[in-house]
Unconditional design. Sequence first.
Length: 289
Amino acid sequence: MTAATVLAIAIPIIVIVAAVGVISAARRRDTSDATGSLSRETRKRDRGEPGLPDAPHEPSGREVEQAAADARRGGGTAVMLAEKAPVAPYVPPDPEAVAVTRRQFFNRGIVVLMIMALSGFGAAVLAFLYPRRGGGFGSKITLGKLEDIKAAIVQNDGFYYVPEGRMWVTAYPQDAYPKAEKSGVYVAPVLNGMKNGINALYQKCPHLGCRVPQCVTSQWFECPCHGSQYNQVGEKKGGPAPRGMDRFGVSIDNDIVTADTSNVFLGPPIGTNTTGQEAEGPHCITGGE
């Protein structure tokens, strides 16, 4: 083995041994002289805080650390720490403040919210079912003068829609009224409108409740949902509907027409055809007669 090889091996070994020695000496020094170094602010506070004349001496941070270091060395004078302040007496909380636990609070809150939700739903259902008396659907609606209504029917190609009452108003032929009265399928409030040449029809299809639009080409009502068809006065002509279109009673006082939407009268049975009106043009819904 050459000298260069010996030096190459010996130098790292010497460096490692020296490093271990330095680290060990530093650890021993830290252990034997662990007084630490206080910050400038801490030292300033220790010097500037005078002790109370009647209170025991409160040792500074430096004194505590020095006493701990002396104790580790096996000598020195122990530092007497000030007595701890007495424990504050237990004061029971107000019973009203702890009467409800968190779980009880959440449970009661959930119950209250459920009651409020059900109350709101019930009020909405009652408001929907109870007829409104202040106007609008579910009450008596003034349609206007009889002559103006007939003019509006002609102007709208035979179908006059009243959105406030959810109804269609159509003309009823005067010569067909005796047949309608003799048929016995119409009640007096409905016949009262027919006698004066008008018909107030509920917009909902008796089949499944779809809104029935008019078909200008056929001059019929034709339901887009399932193909039920009715002539211009709401008598059934085809489709799955169980009867003709439902209708409202009409009253006329001093030429002013009023429709009572609080009471819906069932439409005429299948086979009723008091006007004899057939389709006057192409159907808007396929499958018509």
